[in-house]
Design a protein around this ligand. Sequence first.
Ligand SMILES: O=CC(=O)O
Length: 341
Amino acid sequence: MADQEEEQDNTGDQNHKPQDLPQVLILKPPPVLSVIGEESFLSNKYQFLKAWESPLPLHQFLTAHAGSIQAILCSGASPVTDDLLQLLPSVRLVVTASAGTNHIDLEACHRRGISVTNAGNVFSDDGADAAVGLLIDVLRKITASDRYVRQGLWVSEGDYPLGSKFQLRGKRVGIVGLGGIGLEIAKRLEALGCNVLYTSRKKKTFLSYPFYSDVCQLAAHSDALIICCALTDQTRHMIDKDVFSALGKEGVIVNVGRGAIVDEKEMVRCLVHGEIAGAGLDVFENEPDVPKELFELDNVVLSPHRAVFTPESFMALCELVVGNLEAFFSNKPLLSPVMDV
Ligand SMILES: O=CC(=O)O
């Protein structure tokens, strides 16, 4: 079957590359590819097997290369499941071009002795900028005011209603997840005169920000919550009815983590009924579907899961991905390990 497949399939550029290069499977093109371009991103030290370019059905394509694929390069759009790994017994490394790893079955990787790397801290600055930008936009209604001007309402209706604007300085902002992005958010907020508090898996002893082990308690002491933690079984729907009610009518939520960390139906209900004051959202439970009710709300700012995407961060990501592959194939320590087995 492999021979027949090789005749039909030029994925991985088999005609031009020595067959002994390590084979790296890419299931779907990660977003970084369209920005950086394949030439710069895909190092010629590896044979990249681009599943989406193969004329073969995926299962047949994978079966044909099953024994030789040693690494998988993926992103949030291409889940790495136990079933997939079962098909590919030679895989020893999964490199994801994302900070989040919720699309990878980490338990299966661990059980199968597969190492995993992610985007490390390359997205921390851009993710933090986007989170703070969304918060400022919700509080100061920047995009809502922009719509007001563009629609000619400044002329026909007069001044934009002042009552709905909130000052950032002095706000108590609860950060949910003080990892790379969370720490950068905290730095920015401090510089802007906010009071930072946080919850995280563990208290960070090197920081003086007030720590709350309970997210409801954090919400009760915050004017705004910024969600930037990982999506795991523990954090799925962690931001629920109780958290919204603790945050209260004046409270704002910003989410640059993953949509499913928030109980989205409940959030929409709270926004529609004015039980929280506003939301800045880069991520959603069923992307690219966004609850239609949100389109009507001027106190909600929407962004299409692009918080961390800048050409600069993609360049850094490109180096990191190649660095991780090189480290792995030369038995050196991985640069951004999530799991090093
Ligand atoms: O959402 C983006 C990422 O996880 O990198």
